[in-house]
Design a protein around this ligand. Structure first.
Ligand code: DX5
Ligand code: ZN
Length: 228
């Protein structure tokens, strides 16, 4: 099992964004998690495609764009053009989920669905073959620095089972990412529930030594008891 750590630049110093991206990649980040909030689908306003284009030359790892926007399609296309590597969106925010997943892949990006704490997994039923990633929210979206909702562990277990069944039958690879309240002291339990990709905003950028936090997370992950 290879684990990926995706620091969320939502908690970075926006006045020094390029430098923050380079520093956190040197510290061991596998992806740069990029939170897009529109003050409509979620009650906060963050970064548009121009920010993605601006940090792209600073990033040697894929940019993992998490769209918390409604509608989705035009912005998904704009982020693909701006250099996103992966684009995830919330199914409730798209009128035509299958079409949105298709347009993200057609634009050359990996595509994924994001599930809020109370969003049912039924949205997965007919699109597993169109997914490269499933993102489980372990907080309600909109803000960094919130507390991990423990019920997310049950949801992660359920998604892990669906992914394993799907890939055993049809092949392919689907990453299982978790977002919200991920820290050094809970990352191991989250991995044991079945996640392989971990967003961490305040846990990483809230500390002066990003490398030390990421190393501590990897040390916890190395002890994870889930045999993949
Ligand atoms: C919340 C965002 C998260 C956020 C996580 O809506 O999607 O990516 O940055 O922040 P932490 O790790 O601080 O909970
Ligand atoms: Zn996010």
């Amino acid at each position: 099992m290879s684990y990926r750590i995706a620091p969320s630049i939502l908690s970075a110093d926006f006045a020094r964004l390029g430098e923050e991206v380079r520093t956190v990649i040197e510290a061991g980040a596998d992806l740069i998690h990029f939170d897009v909030m529109d003050n409509h689908y979620v009650p906060n306003l963050t970064m548009g495609p121009m920010f993605c284009e601006a940090i792209r030359p600073h990033s040697s790892v894929p940019i993992d764009v998490h769209l918390m926007v409604k509608p989705v399609d035009a912005l998904a296309a704009a982020f693909a053009k701006a250099g996103a590597g992966l684009i995830t969106f919330h199914p409730e925010a798209s009128e035509h989920i299958d079409r949105t997943l298709g347009l993200i892949r057609d634009a050359g990006c990996k595509a994924g669905l994001v599930f809020n704490p109370a969003t049912p997994l039924t949205y997965l039923d007919h699109v597993m073959d169109k997914l490269d990633m499933v993102l489980i929210m372990s907080v309600n979206p909109g803000f960094g620095g919130q507390k991990f909702i423990p019920e997310a562990l049950n949801k992660i277990r359920a998604v892990r089972q669906r992914i394993d069944e799907h890939t055993a039958r049809h092949g392919g690879e689907i990453w299982l990412e978790v977002d919200g309240g991920v820290k050094v002291d809970n990352i191991r339990a989250i991995a044991e529930a079945g996640a392989d990709t971990f967003v961490a905003g305040s846990a990483v950028f809230g500390q002066p030594d990003y490398q030390a936090v990421i190393a501590a997370m990897r040390a916890e992950l190395a002890q994870s008891r889930r045999i993949a």
